[in-house]
Design a binder for this molecule. Structure first.
Ligand SMILES: Cc1cc2nc3c(=O)[nH]c(=O)nc-3n(C[C@H](O)[C@H](O)[C@H](O)COP(=O)(O)OP(=O)(O)OC[C@H]3O[C@@H](n4cnc5c(N)ncnc54)[C@H](O)[C@@H]3O)c2cc1C
Length: 344
């Protein structure tokens, strides 16, 4: 009987879940360990779930932008493997403060290889009938979509389990280490041994790596997810305009992703009020939007801005997979992790 490589994957957010599924599918004996909902912060649980290139500006970081475009193909692969993905809405509409700004945005995206089209104000109104004042020109990104990040993570974990992976609940306290190699992890006082350990637990990886002398150049940056009660089907697409990023919620209402206020927690209520007002100015709603919930998520980000997907430090058999934007990159990095972890 051939020996299956035993791999422990720490973290069951979208990244760890993708890594666990890809490694299982590639023939590894995977155990995924996650703290469980609410016990450690999860960026995935507070994520907006926009998958596509149009929300970012290519010239801000051409390398990162090209990687995002490339990463989109991996969702097609997932759809071929699984059938449906947990997609809530397809297609994105964007416009700037002026027609010239929108025209520049479209030209820049076309030059960078995005699939993006120009829409007249009338065409825009057909797509979003509740807009108060559609601009003369908008950008239409037909291939962008939004999905539910926690549902995507759940799909990966279910698929990994179906192929034989095990899932444990609990917080990993330390990486076990001897003679220059990672040997496993300590989970609530118990030692669990494996051939390889993958840290895919977002910012939590920093403390685990530091415990064995490996410095991970990762920071976490807050961002805000707000949900609003606004009725059903009030918008049909992703919208990015007038300083707002909006999409329909899974069941009903609207979701908006926002920058964390400079005043910190104290600024959240004012931000919610401003966002309610901005939504009411953008859309003719039957009832005024009402704040439903506010979540602050901490996005793990590499200081280099490049994805981390491979061995870390001088410790053998220890790997990390951490990147931003993690939902877009999860399927691609899951695939790359197979090569990085199993071929080494
Ligand atoms: C408001 C907001 C909007 C966003 N919008 C988008 C977007 O539109 N598109 C996009 O692509 N990205 C977006 N992001 C970023 C994206 O959500 C993150 O990049 C991604 O979720 C990171 O996933 P992850 O699995 O690496 O980390 P996490 O989701 O943080 O998962 C880490 C997991 O590890 C577990 N864990 C931590 N430490 C331990 C431990 N010691 N032992 C066991 N388990 C542990 C945690 O419980 C958690 O489940 C957004 C983020 C936020 C906050």
């Amino acid at each position: 009987m051939t020996h299956k490589c035993k791999v422990l994957v720490v973290g069951g957010g979208v990244m760890g879940a993708s890594v666990a599924w890809h490694l299982t599918k590639a023939g590894a004996a995977v155990t995924l360990i996650d703290s469980g909902p609410g016990s450690t912060p999860s960026a995935t649980a507070a994520s907006f779930g926009w998958v596509g290139g149009s929300a970012s500006t290519p010239s801000d970081d051409p390398v990162a932008f090209a990687l995002r475009l490339h990463a989109l193909d991996e969702f097609k692969r997932l759809e071929r493997d699984w059938g449906l993905l947990p997609v809530t809405v397809r297609g994105a509409l964007l416009w700037g403060a002026t027609t010239d700004e929108t025209a520049d945005l479209i030209a820049e995206h076309l030059a960078a290889g995005s699939k993006i089209e120009s829409l007249s104000g009338q065409q825009l109104r057909q797509k979003e009938p509740l807009l108060v004042a559609p601009p003369d020109l908008a950008a239409w990104a037909p291939d962008d979509f939004a999905l539910e990040p926690t549902d995507l993570a759940r799909c990966f974990i279910q698929a990994a389990r179906a192929e034989g992976a095990s899932v444990l609940s609990g917080t990993v306290q330390a990486v076990l280490y001897a003679q220059g190699r990672a040997k496993g992890v300590e989970l609530q006082g118990q030692s669990i041994y494996a051939d390889k350990v993958v840290l895919a637990n977002g910012y939590g990886a920093v403390a685990l790596a530091a415990g064995i002398g490996v410095d991970l150049a990762i920071e976490q940056q807050p961002a805000v997810l707000m949900r609003f009660d606004a009725g059903k089907n009030v918008i049909q697409h992703l919208l990015c305009a007038q300083d707002l990023e909006l999409r329909p919620g899974k069941e009903a209402g609207l979701m908006s992703a926002l920058d964390y206020p400079q005043q910190g927690e104290a600024g959240l209520q004012a931000l919610a009020d401003e966002t309610c007002q901005a939504i009411a100015q953008l859309l003719q709603l039957p009832v005024p939007p009402r704040l439903h919930s506010i979540e602050v998520g901490f996005r793990p980000m590499t200081l280099s801005k490049l994805p981390l997907c491979g061995p870390i430090g001088a410790v053998e058999d220890l790997f990390a997979v951490i990147a931003h934007p993690g939902v877009i990159l999860a399927p691609l990095l899951g695939k790359r992790a197979v090569q990085a972890v199993l071929a080494s």
